[in-house]
Design a protein around this ligand. Structure first.
Ligand code: OOG
Ligand code: NI
Length: 437
């Protein structure tokens, strides 16, 4: 056995600590977690998707200012077994950020601890005013997102190939500070207001010393019930749930949020202006997850999103599978007698499925949706700002900042589907299995 703590355990400890910290910082989050827990317990039997996971299921989000911050964060999250998956271009939605989602990338690791973090880098190149650009440059130099202690443990983990239990604990103690809300701005109120006017996302990032966690999202089995409960409890819920409508066979991701809270901030008092103020950035969100769609399924989903009519997507698991619209994994039925070699054709495989020897199960969508993410961002901004929004995404620049390419979610789902089939048959590799491309 390895002397090192497995990354999934570090990841789960980290997610638990973050959740406790956020409960203290944003009491309404605690209300949301309790509400979700009650719904999940009541629904535990009914869900198609892994019930064991629901209770510990979370995602969080942060926003960063500089390329160096992004690569440091990638290294820190690597120690927790979280890797960047997909590039999200939010410029297409008029927001001056681009993003990725850090998450475990194999089924087993996800099952053990599914924690994810949506990480955005603000696009400082979008600031129009030269004077403001100078201010931003000065402020970002004062930011320090990772403490020297955290950095030391990252380096140690990279050199040794892991951390012992004691080192892991010390690392998480240091790392959690990166995400804490400190209530103190790096900037004066004047600069904050100027940046707010340029774009509120810029102010949220650049005026503060560290990337405060801006929301933490539990997964709920019935998001419609949770949305109604939020309204009943008087939480300022978003009017609509993002993502696909309620369906018999849930797909992708549905999300709703309550609006950002006002928090008091002490600004720097360099210019005689009152230093007391408020900032709104942190909010509550809940989500429910369904099946991952293939590229063809995503194209169909996007077409439905544009038309507002979702009936073109089959409401039947078998149809979703046969039409190669959703990803599936496969397991052997208890007592099933499978051939020693994998079936040579998709017809042969279908036969084994039809006679009940092999059971297909939808693979859960583990990623995010750019249109929904833009909706979540926007519902929590007081104003839309005036930054230049005509620009395009720049994945190459993002990956250069990150220090590596992002993984492709589609490739990960395909791999999981294929591997689950291969495992069913003794040792031999399947030759040409006609599953999803
Ligand atoms: C991230 C918004 C995106 C989601 O769930 O789609 C997101 C942010 O507000 O920083 O978390
Ligand atoms: Ni979110």
């Amino acid at each position: 056995m390895s002397e090192f703590t497995p990354p999934w355990r570090l990841r789960q400890n980290f997610a638990d600590r973050l959740s406790l910290m956020y409960r203290e910082e944003v009491p309404a989050y605690g209300t949301l977690v309790d509400l979700v827990e009650n719904i999940n317990i009541a629904d535990a039997e009914a869900s198609t998707f892994s019930g064991a996971r629901l209770g510990q299921e979370r995602h969080g989000a942060i926003r960063l200012a500089l390329p160096e911050e992004l690569s440091l964060l990638r290294r820190a999250l690597g120690v927790l077994g979280m890797f960047p998956v997909d590039y999200y271009d939010l410029a297409a939605a008029g927001l001056p950020v681009h993003s990725t989602a850090f998450r475990p990338i194999n089924g087993d690791a996800i099952e053990r601890s599914p924690f994810r973090l949506f990480v955005s880098l603000v696009r400082l190149d979008q600031i129009a005013s030269p004077a403001l650009k100078d201010e931003v440059e000065r402020l970002t130099r004062e930011r320090s997102v990772m403490s020297p202690v955290a950095l030391r443990y990252i380096e140690r983990a990279e050199a040794q190939g892991g951390l012992t239990d004691a080192e892991g604990e010390a690392f998480l103690d240091a790392l959690i500070e990166t995400f804490r809300w400190r209530g103190e701005a790096l900037s004066t109120k004047r600069v904050y207001d100027a940046l707010l006017n340029e774009h509120p996302l810029l102010a949220d990032v650049v005026c503060f010393p560290n990337p405060h966690i801006n929301h933490l999202t539990p997964r709920v089995s019935d998001i419609d019930a949770a949305q109604q409960k939020m309204i009943d409890l008087g939480l300022p819920a978003k009017a609509v749930i993002e993502g696909p409508p309620r369906r018999k066979c849930p797909i992708l991701l549905r999300q709703t949020a309550f609006r950002a809270l006002e928090e008091s901030v002490t600004f720097r008092n360099l210019d005689g202006v009152d230093a007391a103020g408020v900032h709104t950035a942190r909010f509550g969100e809940i989500e429910s997850r369904g099946a991952a769609l293939t590229c063809a399924g995503m194209d169909l989903y996007n077409a439905c999103l544009a038309s507002g009519d979702f009936d073109a997507i089959p409401a039947d698991w078998n149809a979703l599978r046969i039409k190669k619209l959703a990803w599936f994994k496969y397991r052997a039925a208890p007592g099933a007698c499978l051939p020693a070699a994998p079936p040579e054709s998709s017809d042969a495989l279908e036969k084994l499925i039809a006679d009940g020897s092999i059971i297909p199960e939808p693979i859960t969508y583990e990623d995010f949706l750019p249109v929904s993410a833009a909706g979540i961002f926007r519902s929590n901004l007081r104003s839309q700002g005036s930054t230049n929004t005509g620009t395009k995404g720049n994945q190459a620049a993002f990956e250069e900042a990150l220090g590596c390419p992002v993984s492709q979610a589609q490739a990960l789902y395909e791999q999981e589907s294929r591997a689950s089939l291969q495992q069913l048959f003794a040792h031999e590799q399947p030759k040409e299995l006609a599953i999803h491309e």
